[in-house]
Design a protein around this ligand. Structure first.
Ligand code: HEC
Length: 234
């Protein structure tokens, strides 16, 4: 084979292989993304189920909003920054982490928590957590165990005062009915008539037992005014 045809063949093969390379690159990238994502999710779960409870129960009292020894343990940044003796952990290296020395009671001058020792499982979990890079969900500080509501948490809708058409609720009408009526009106619709007694007992029984009422139950309900009122109130 001559030099040119060899070169041409090479070039042709090169061009043909570009989309394939692109496809493979893409697939590998996506695979890596998926693997990274699920790895991060499992590490966050580990933090939530094993690490957060230990910190909250055994450390937060003195390293939460207080900072005994200059150390706070309520965020990854705070732990990395550490206290009077420097960083509390070295991600990936539990054996070099002051926090591990403290919880293992390896140094009689620094035994944490003071006077009691964590369970061997909790110590192993902390070690594993540091070994895995000390994953902390979304880098957020944890406002746990203080009972305080942070300004950030206060933005949640549940803390917002009621807004809407409370002022327009006609006297004697329920606020939710008035609200629904308003929206129906916008659509040119109106409420259907109130259900009759038979329909009500049927709905209630289906709701409570998953079965229709027996004819006897229907009769009993229709005769018993008190029962009707109680059900309508509920
Ligand atoms: C009852 C209070 C208390 C509790 C609970 C507590 N600590 Fe401490 N911690 C201290 C005090 C006080 C110091 C300062 C050093 C000393 O006096 O021993 C300290 C210091 C430390 C230090 C060294 C800080 C530095 O840079 O010198 C580490 C690490 C530490 N604590 C980790 C923990 C961990 C992890 C927990 C939970 C498993 C915990 N502590 C629970 C009171 C507490």
């Amino acid at each position: 084979m001559g030099g040119f045809s060899f070169c041409w063949l090479e070039i042709k093969q090169f061009f043909v292989s570009i989309p394939v390379m692109g496809f493979f690159r893409c697939t590998i990238l996506i695979l890596l993304l998926v693997v990274c994502r699920s790895w991060a999710d499992s590490k966050t779960d580990f933090f939530e189920s094993k690490i957060r409870p230990v910190l909250a129960t055994h450390c937060f009292e003195c390293h939460g909003h207080k900072d005994k020894g200059g150390l706070k343990l309520d965020s990854r940044e705070a732990i990395l920054q550490g206290g009077d003796s420097g960083p509390a952990i070295v991600p990936g290296k539990p054996q070099n982490s002051l926090l591990m020395t403290a919880v293992q009671h390896a140094d009689p001058d620094l035994e944490m928590p003071p006077r009691k020792k964590l369970s061997p499982e909790a110590i192993a979990d902390l070690s594993q957590w540091i070994y895995d890079g000390a994953v902390w969900p979304e880098g957020k500080a944890l406002g746990f165990a203080t009972g305080e509501i942070t300004a950030e948490q206060r933005k949640h809708w549940a803390y917002q005062p009621l807004k809407g058409n409370t002022a327009q609720t006609p006297a004697g009408e329920n606020f939710i009915d008035a609200h629904v009526r308003g929206r129906l009106k916008e659509q040119g619709l109106q409420f259907v008539d109130l259900a009759d007694r038979r329909t009500l007992i049927r709905r209630v029984t289906f709701n409570l037992t998953g079965l229709p009422p027996t004819p006897m139950e229907v009769e009993a309900f229709l005769k018993d005014q008190k029962m009707q009122e109680a059900i309508l109130r509920s």
